[in-house]
Design a protein around this ligand. Structure first.
Ligand SMILES: Nc1ncnc2c1ncn2[C@@H]1O[C@H](COP(=O)(O)OP(=O)(O)OP(=O)(O)O)[C@@H](O)[C@H]1O
Ligand SMILES: [Mg+2]
Length: 355
């Protein structure tokens, strides 16, 4: 792990849903903070118990320092953690880019904006990177560890800045921003009748909302686009590295292979693999003195576990071959969930085992 992180300011833990991205990110941050760095981990929807154990029970969009006494005196550096709140990050971005208070309020209270900020595909992905950018610019952290959302497709994450920029430069928005746009040609009598009808049925003055939204936003499009570009550029920065977290099963392995290809295409730096929840075949003989029924069951379980371990080894082998034998860290399946500092410490032990 230390060699993977050598010279890096940012590490992104990406991978398929449910493979252990959040716990891996937290455990890496913990390991590096213990070694004396000031580290911030940006988590996304952590399990409640993990959030609690990091002292994140209060939702806040700013990093908080995890109380070092939780680590029993092992912490040489500082561990900061934050739970990403997409909507608040988006709002903060608007606040920063808005030319004045009136515009800011107009946008933030606008129904179209409220829908957009929480519903645009990739907005959670985008805000995660936007937050990262902000911490990189403003914080004095030695290392930032970014967890990624459980995207249907991990690629949403890579595309997010581009997709949002695309939206703001798209034809729909240009049309609204054209001077004659909203009041002019677009609203021929027919359209007006339709929108009037919508308003009567739903009670929502859609046209008013739309026009306010786009008028307020028109002055911010260039800044927003520029910001999205900078945020996207962070992902290709040589100080950034991507770890692909995966489980040794068919689907996450396929997704990892695909994601790796896309990272490569996008010129984003791939650092290595974390293969999580790996099972090992049991060793030794069945203990003596079990009654027949129990001995039979233990034997069956041992066979099943061996078969599982074999399948996993084959998946892992295939993955490593396809990725050109990258640096790989294997974390075993642990007993029980990883939801407290002890669990994280175990995970950290495996992640840093070679160091
Ligand atoms: N090595 C492990 N052994 C046992 N349980 C684990 C291990 N790693 C993670 N878990 C558990 O698996 C579950 C999923 O882990 P985690 O939340 O980190 O995955 P994720 O990739 O972030 O998921 P999502 O895509 O939903 O965000 C958690 O309950 C966690 O405690
Ligand atoms: Mg997660």
């Amino acid at each position: 792990m230390l060699s993977l992180l050598e010279g890096r300011r940012i590490v992104v833990c990406a991978g398929a849903g449910g493979v252990g991205k959040t716990t891996t990110a937290a455990a890496i941050a913990m390991g590096m903070a213990e070694r004396g760095l000031k580290v911030a981990v940006v988590t996304i929807d952590p399990a409640k118990r993990l959030a609690d154990s990091l002292g994140l029970e209060e939702l806040g969009n700013e990093p908080r320092m995890v109380d070092p006494s939780r680590f029993g005196g092992e912490m040489k550096g500082e561990l900061w953690a934050l739970m990403l709140d997409s909507k608040r990050t988006f709002d903060a971005l608007i606040e920063r880019l808005a030319p004045d208070e009136a515009t800011r309020d107009e946008v933030l209270s606008n129904r179209i904006y409220q829908q957009l900020s929480s519903a645009v595909a990739g907005s959670q992905e985008f805000t995660a990177i936007a937050k990262l950018y902000e911490l990189d610019q403003e914080g004095d952290y030695d290392l930032l560890v970014l967890d990624t959302p459980p995207s249907r497709n991990a690629l949403d994450f890579l595309d997010a800045p581009g997709r949002l920029t695309g939206f703001f430069q798209g034809r729909a928005i240009k049309m609204f921003l054209r001077p004659a746009g909203i009041g002019g040609r677009l609203l021929g009598r027919g359209t007006g009748v339709v929108f009037g009808l919508v308003e009567r049925i739903t009670g929502v003055d859609l046209i008013h909302d739309l026009s306010v939204f786009f008028r307020a936003l028109s002055g911010m499009v260039d800044d927003f686009t520029e910001r999205a570009r900078l945020v996207g550029a962070l992902l290709t920065d040589p100080g950034t590295t991507f770890l692909i977290v995966t489980a040794p099963r068919h689907d996450p392995v396929e997704e990892a292979i695909f994601f790796h290809t896309k990272l490569d295409d996008a010129g984003m730096p791939f650092g290595g693999l974390v293969v999580n929840r790996v099972h090992t075949a049991p060793e030794g003989d069945i203990p003596d003195g079990l009654d027949e029924e129990l001995a039979r069951r233990v034997t069956t379980a041992a066979h099943e576990l061996s078969a599982l371990a074999e399948r996993e080894a084959a998946s892992l082998e295939r993955l490593r071959t396809r990725l050109g034998d990258p640096p790989t860290i294997v974390v075993p399946e642990l007993d029980g969930d990883v939801h407290d500092v002890e669990g994280l410490a175990l995970m950290r032990g495996h992640l840093f085992a070679g160091d």
